[in-house]
Design a protein around this ligand. Structure first.
Ligand code: HEM
Length: 445
């Protein structure tokens, strides 16, 4: 009962010492067995070599299916293969780099907003970063905007409030037609948002028909995209569900990553200075070139993703009896790979709880074993937006650290909870002080 309660309120509190010390820990309820797997060879087996023996966990599918039935995260089998092939080019190197200026623009907007605050003013970082991440995504998907940004932001915030912990009915495996009380009202919350989305898609179809050179943002690319194997376009429902998937999959995760990166920097004067000096040195170069030069900033982002991975569980269901890390796994067992546990595992990392971004500097990062760092998962179902998210977090973190000293408000307890992603329970209040005077800022432009 206590475990069910913790799963519902803060799944992070379910981990015990053994999870961080053993390669595999088995457990469960009378109605469901689970295995928490941290052994790198076993992780590789589940997510790559033997992936056909597992399917995305039914819990995950139940939670998401009602919201985005045709989204890449939710679908399986042939439909997943077709969608992944069709959508892959949208997240390729060229498209991703092409979004850097839009992300730089979003970072410049928040810098400008904060510059108008009095020195020492307190801001709530998680809310600010949610706005930044949403604006960046909307900028990448709809370069012409998506209605009132505040209304969109409010709709997504209310939506997330309904999908934090796991619904006990999902854990128990009750069928979809049994109403989930924790999710009542979700459709109502989303109605306006869906309407704005449908209107934007219809409008874009019209403008593409009239003007083939209409904007090459993600929406345009999605409407034009074809499966390279069959030449098929995506259906209307697939386009809409995947726009929603990208917004919901990308906003909370990236904003949580940025929030933790800002928090960690506030605890290390040395790294704050390293990031700020790096940003000073590369500012003025075109954003794309600057990005390659922001190696220290990127290392901080990756170290934040290690210590506070926004998604703490990658779950699969075993489709047949198998063996992992020397233990027998029964058919139907839920296999959990937790980036949080793996990234802080005593057998896999030296000083796992210490903030040390040098782990991710170019030379040292080559020694990191692939299956010990997986904030985005690994294998065919790895996060499609990984490069986009790291690029955005790096650009925004550099821009903010260059201009401001952000300090955690004294006496504030920063406690991570799972509320869809891992975030600080009561938000993160920080004081904002200009690092450069206005005259220095102008001179540095
Ligand atoms: C820091 C930010 C992010 C983190 C930590 C993150 C993490 C993850 C993880 C752990 C998975 C699941 C892997 C699995 O089950 O095997 C995933 C899948 C996915 N992510 Fe992300 N993600 C982030 C940002 C984004 C962004 C920006 C987008 C899109 C714009 C996105 C879109 C998706 C999609 C569509 C999938 C499903 C892929 C598939 O099943 O083929 N994510 N992500």
């Amino acid at each position: 009962m206590a475990l069910l309660k913790a799963l519902r309120t803060n799944p992070l509190e379910c981990w015990t010492k053994a999870h961080f010390e053993e390669p595999i820990v088995l457990g469960g309820f009378p109605f469901m067995r689970y295995a928490v797997v941290s052994d790198p060879a076993a992780i590789r087996k589940i997510l790559i070599d033997d992936q056909s023996a597992y399917r995305k966990s039914t819990i995950e599918r139940r939670v998401l299916r009602s919201r985005m039935p045709n989204g890449l995260v939710t679908v399986d089998g042939k439909q997943w293969g077709r969608l992944r092939r069709t959508l892959a080019p949208l997240f390729g190197r060229i498209m991703t780099a092409g979004f850097a200026p839009a992300m730089g623009g979003v970072a410049a907007d928040v810098v400008e907003r904060w510059q108008n605050l009095a020195d020492g003013a307190v801001v709530e970082i998680k809310a600010e970063m949610s706005r930044v991440a949403l604006e960046a995504l909307v900028g990448c998907i709809f370069s012409e905007g998506l209605g009132d940004p505040k209304a969109v932001c409010d709709a997504t915030t209310r939506y997330y409030a309904t999908c934090g912990g796991l619904d006990p009915f999902d854990i128990l495996g009750l069928p979809d037609f049994v109403p989930r009380f924790t999710r009542l009202g979700v459709q109502q919350v989303l109605r306006d948002f869906y309407e704005a989305l449908n209107a934007a898609i219809a409008e874009r179809r019209r403008s593409l028909a009239a003007e083939p050179n209409a904007p090459r943002d993600m929406l345009g690319a999605m409407l034009a995209a074809k499966d390279p194997q069959t030449g098929e376009h995506m259906t209307e429902a697939e386009v809409r569900d995947n726009v929603i998937t990208f917004i919901f999959g990308g906003q909370e995760t990236t904003s949580s990553a940025l929030t933790w990166a800002i928090y960690l920097l506030s605890q290390s004067r040395e790294w704050r200075e390293r990031v700020a000096s790096e940003a000073d040195a590369v500012i003025g170069s075109p954003v794309q070139n600057a990005l390659g030069a922001l190696v220290q900033t990127r290392a901080v982002v990756e170290e934040a993703l290690r210590l506070y991975p926004p998604i703490i569980g990658i779950t699969r269901t075993a489709l047949r009896r198998t063996e992992l890390a020397g233990r027998t796994i029964d058919r139907g067992t839920m296999v959990v790979i937790s980036p949080y546990v793996v990234h802080r595992h005593r057998l896999l990392w030296r000083d796992p709880d210490v903030f040390d971004p040098t782990r991710f500097l170019p030379e040292r990062s080559k020694t990191i074993e692939r299956y010990t760092f997986l904030p985005f998962g690994v294998g065919p179902r790895m996060c499609i937006g990984a490069a986009l998210a790291v690029q955005e977090a790096t650009i925004v973190l550099a821009a903010l650290t260059r201009r401001f000293v952000l300090e955690s408000v004294p006496g504030q307890a920063v406690w991570p909870v799972i509320d869809f992603t891992m975030k600080p329970r009561d938000g993160l209040r920080m004081s904002v002080t200009a690092r450069l005077s206005r005259a220095e800022s102008r001179a540095a432009e």
